[in-house]
Design a binder for this molecule. Sequence first.
Ligand code: UDP
Length: 316
Amino acid sequence: MKRILVTGGTGFLGSNLCVRLISEGHAVVCVDNNYTGSLDNVSDIIKSPNFKFIEHDITTPLKLDEHIDQIYNLACPASPPAYQGKMAIQTTKTCIIGGLNMLELAKKNSATILQASTSEIYGDALEHPQSESYRGNVNPIGIRACYDEGKRCAESLFFDYYREEKIDIKVVRIFNTYGPRMNPDDGRVVSNFICQALQSKDITIYGDGSQTRSFCYVDDLIEVIVRMMNSPKEFTGPVNIGNPCEFTVNELAEKVVAKIGSSSKIIYKPLPADDPKQRRPDITLAKEKLCWEPQVMLDEGLDKTIQYFKAVITAF
Ligand code: UDP
């Protein structure tokens, strides 16, 4: 049994991770300011004696009574409409000041710390698929910069703490992920399309829909995050994690409408600035070092996610 801190623990990935860690018998301290997360996501485990929730914003230092062995640093708004809206400055602060606070906590506890980095550090990539050696094409002053540059700076901080302070670090670059516990109002493409189709609302495609993403089901993602945390000390990453099956946004919309048998019509809206045109992870490194590759393909994952959103939407 380990004592594990999960920041961003009531968010989409964080809550799925907390549920997994509790089911394995670990003691979990879940920290979140609930700006984009929700306690509803941890309702299944909130009464567990091994689970503790602390409402806290990691941009201020966190004092814990107990010793911790591992930190998963997942806290950060991650949906473009969230971080581009009123939370841009908060997003940069969370990445950098929050990252520093968590690194100091890891140092104090001699804990291993995993940073949830992102495919966004590659920006509007000029190399395809993206491998870890690609250095990216980020607009440093655009509307995505708070997230992209925040996460890039966090990676640099993690590696400086590794070199100067000898902290055990793990850096994963997470590509588009979907599944249960996504917030229906989150604004990301999979949740938007499913919720729109279920409610017979227009399906909103941004741009002409020819841009691509590669979608990973959440259970696959949680599996590889846990593997990474527990991998040999010398493997720090960064490592790409995601599903390499690539689809256009148009293909995704057609799939969702067909699966739901929805009467929704597809409408086109302007493409937001700096929206990456193509994204697919090269996961050779994850396969080799973590013996991992995704098991759930898009059709199966979408079916499970549609079931989830059906229940959420009818509950309101
Ligand atoms: N997108 C879309 N309609 C929506 C939401 C998103 O066409 O209702 C597009 C968005 O412009 C992007 C892709 O879907 O090209 C993925 O967007 P998302 O916000 O899910 O994640 P991103 O990969 O951009 O961080």
